[in-house]
Write a protein that binds this ligand. Structure first.
Ligand SMILES: Nc1c(/N=C/[C@@H](O)[C@H](O)[C@H](O)COP(=O)(O)O)[nH]c(=O)[nH]c1=O
Length: 364
């Protein structure tokens, strides 16, 4: 195998723990000696061993003189576990390939310096772009302390998310809806507006045949108009956060908190929740990624706040028409086509007859 193939394996190992390491990054490591893999490991969950330690535990004394391929710069500080740099040095590793430097500005490059000072050869950048895409959530959260935002919508060919009578079950097919649950299984939070709660009474859990973890449900509800019979208020199922503003019904807030709901009072902007302030508060609560499922008004607010990091647009080959049918991205909308949010790094996936377009807003 080549160095690229060993790093690809390390990235696959890292990806195997997706959705389970928050707020830590996904990290994988492979130890190779005389063209033979003698150790491999991944960081499986926050507080547990780092990938490098798992790989070195497997390699044992054979690690002396071996090469390590690790997807993220080894840590050089005492966190919940001792520094990986010290363990790498102790085991006698002679060369380390690192895909990406640690994005945390406080420690970027420290681990590399420590390894080189101990006489270990270090090569940086092998498959860096693949590591950055895998850890898109961590790279954003650790630098901005705000959750990585995925705007997900499911619409008909003519761009509607419900008919003019507000009927929306279902637009997309089983395969598409299963894909949505796979994403729910990977994120810390799932967000909808109170209009969606009133229209659909969703439960917003992860329902996969193989099981999964329920994200924290986050409801944007400036005045706390959520029906107290809403399914998302069943706290036995999953945690729920409700973001509101000063205009909230204060007695209802107390009743909701008694149920175990976390109510966060956000700043207001133009008579709605200030999205930027809401995301700052969610970051403080340790939410590192949010799947925003809508509806139309919420997506419109995120566009206006320019607070989206990734788009996942499911399109079903259906047409329902109707000028009052609900559009996928509501709100005021942009004035000119030249202002359109252009997506980049597009991926197109066919799910039976539906298509999923995934993309990232082009950097202005
Ligand atoms: N109408 C559709 C969706 N609708 C998305 C939201 O409006 C729903 O309220 C939410 O997904 C329901 O979550 P649940 O209760 O956990 O099942 N989303 C989709 O991908 N396809 C659709 O056809």
């Amino acid at each position: 195998m080549t160095a690229v193939e060993y790093m690809e394996l390390a990235i696959k190992l890292a990806a195997s723990a997706i959705g389970r390491t928050s707020p830590n990054p996904l990290v994988g490591a492979v130890v190779v000696k005389n063209q033979r893999i003698i150790g491999m490991g991944a960081h499986l969950c926050a507080g547990k061993e780092h990938a490098e330690v798992n790989a070195l535990n497997m390699a044992g004394i054979e690690a002396k003189g071996a090469t390590m391929y690790v997807t993220l710069e080894p840590c050089n500080h005492y966190g919940k576990t001792p520094p990986c740099t010290e363990r790498i040095i102790k085991e006698g590793i002679s060369k380390v390939y690192v895909a990406s430097l640690d994005p945390n500005p406080l420690v970027a490059g420290e681990g590399i310096k420590r390894l080189e000072a101990a006489g270990i050869e270090v090569e940086i950048g092998l498959l860096e772009h693949k590591e950055k895409q895998l850890n898109e959530v961590f790279h954003k959260f650790i630098t901005k302390k705000e959750p990585f935002i995925i705007l997900k919508t499911a619409m008909t060919l003519d761009g509607k998310i419900a008919t003019r009578t507000n009927d929306s079950k279902w637009i997309t097919n089983e395969a598409s809806r299963n894909k949505v649950h796979q994403i729910r299984n990977q994120v810390d939070g799932i967000m909808v507006g109170v209009h969606t709660i009133i229209a659909d009474n969703p439960i917003l859990t992860t329902r996969l045949p193989e099981g999964g973890i329920n994200p924290t449900r986050i409801i944007l509800d400036s005045k706390l108009s959520i029906p107290e019979s809403a399914q998302v208020l069943d706290m036995n199922v999953a945690p729920t956060i409700i973001a509101c503003t000063e205009k909230r019904d204060k007695n209802k807030a107390i009743r909701l908190e008694k149920l175990g709901v976390k109510v966060i009072v956000c700043k207001e902007m133009e008579n709605r929740i200030d999205i930027a302030d809401c995301l700052k508060r969610l970051g403080e609560a340790g939410i590192t990624s949010v799947l925003v499922e809508g509806g139309s008004q919420v997506h419109g607010s995120f566009l206006e706040a320019q607070k989206h990091d990734k788009f996942m647009v499911f399109i079903a080959p259906k047409i329902i028409g109707g000028e009052s049918a609900i559009t996928a991205f509501g709100g005021r909308g942009l004035e000119l086509m030249s202002q359109a949010i252009q997506l980049d790094n597009i991926e197109i996936e066919q799910l039976d007859n539906d298509i999923l377009i995934t993309g990232y807003p082009k950097k202005q």
